[in-house]
Write a protein that binds this ligand. Structure first.
Ligand code: OGA
Ligand code: MN
Length: 279
């Protein structure tokens, strides 16, 4: 099965043109998965999926993350919003989405993919940007690639969140600090044989490196990976469906007013392989 698609930028993102019923049925999912890992981000416009349709489609793409089901009909649904009344458990963490990141870097097996639809959009801001960790790895000089292969990075929640809220309280910092740290290789050797950077604001430091040198390396790689030539910026429209490969991209939300009501409905696919470095 092939699907009609068009690249959105040179390195990151493709738009697909699909029949709504065929999409929900899962008939296109093998082809969509293949394109997803090549292009990092897949979008389709004008679909207007309900939560149930979005969940049904997600299930055809892989292993739906269930989390704790709070309300009937909301199995696996995460509401991405700054509004604590709408999402009491997680709204307080979403300011971190404004910084370039991968999701779940403190897990041994980070989530494979995320499937988003907009429910309320902000009148200003609130676009979502993506960069390909495959393309930005590929663009590095060969001798640097070989060196990066030897490095490991510790990812922490406080590294991910503090830069987004430097005026946090001591209690907030303690909460972030209570989450486990995770060490990952800086270069992911995927089971497909392809390689990508494991880069995210959550990267606290390179194991065994002088702190100043480690800081400079992670900042320099972040500047490299987020150059406009690698970035796709998604301008949301109602009806959109957006999927990103969390194992091969970074993403961030552009700032939007906290009282805008912006709300995206999100389903997550569990990861399928741990981050492995050079054998
Ligand atoms: C997320 C996220 C970005 C956005 O859901 O993990 O980072 O644009 N969302 O809200
Ligand atoms: Mn995120």
């Amino acid at each position: 099965m092939t699907i009609k698609s068009e690249p959105l930028t040179e390195h990151t993102g493709s738009e697909i043109f699909v029949d709504r019923e065929a999409l929900i049925s899962g008939a296109l999912s093998p082809a969509i998965r293949e394109l997803l890992v090549q292009r990092g981000v897949i979008i389709a416009r004008g679909l207007h999926l309900t939560d149930d349709e979005q969940r049904a489609f997600t299930r055809t793409m892989g292993d739906l993350r269930l989390g704790t089901v709070k309300q009937e009909g909301e199995e696996g649904l995460q509401k991405v919003t700054f509004d604590e009344k709408v999402n009491p458990d997680y709204a307080k963490f979403f300011f971190g989405s404004l910084l370039w990141h991968m999701d779940g870097t403190y897990e041994e097996v980070p989530p494979f993919a995320t499937i988003l639809t907009p429910r309320v959009l902000s009148a200003t801001g609130g676009q979502t940007e993506f960069t390909s960790n495959y393309a930005t790895y590929e663009a590095l000089p060969d001798d640097e690639k070989a060196w990066l292969d030897t490095l490991k990075v510790v990812h922490t929640m406080q590294a991910a969140l503090f830069p987004g809220k430097p005026d946090c309280t001591v209690e907030e910092f303690a909460l972030w600090h209570s989450y486990p740290n995770r060490e990952h290789p800086l270069v992911w050797h995927h089971k497909t044989g392809r390689k990508s950077l494991v880069l995210s604001t959550s990267g606290s430091h390179v194991v065994g490196m002088h702190p100043a040198e480690s800081h400079d390396l992670l900042q320099r790689l972040m500047a490299h990976a987020t150059q406009p030539r690698f970035v796709y910026r998604h301008e949301w429209q109602m009806g959109d469906l957006l999927i990103w490969d969390n194992t091969g991209t970074m993403h961030r939300a552009m700032p939007y007013p906290a009282d805008s009501g912006r709300q995206l409905h999100r389903f997550t696919l569990n990861g399928e392989e741990p981050v492995r470095g050079v054998a």
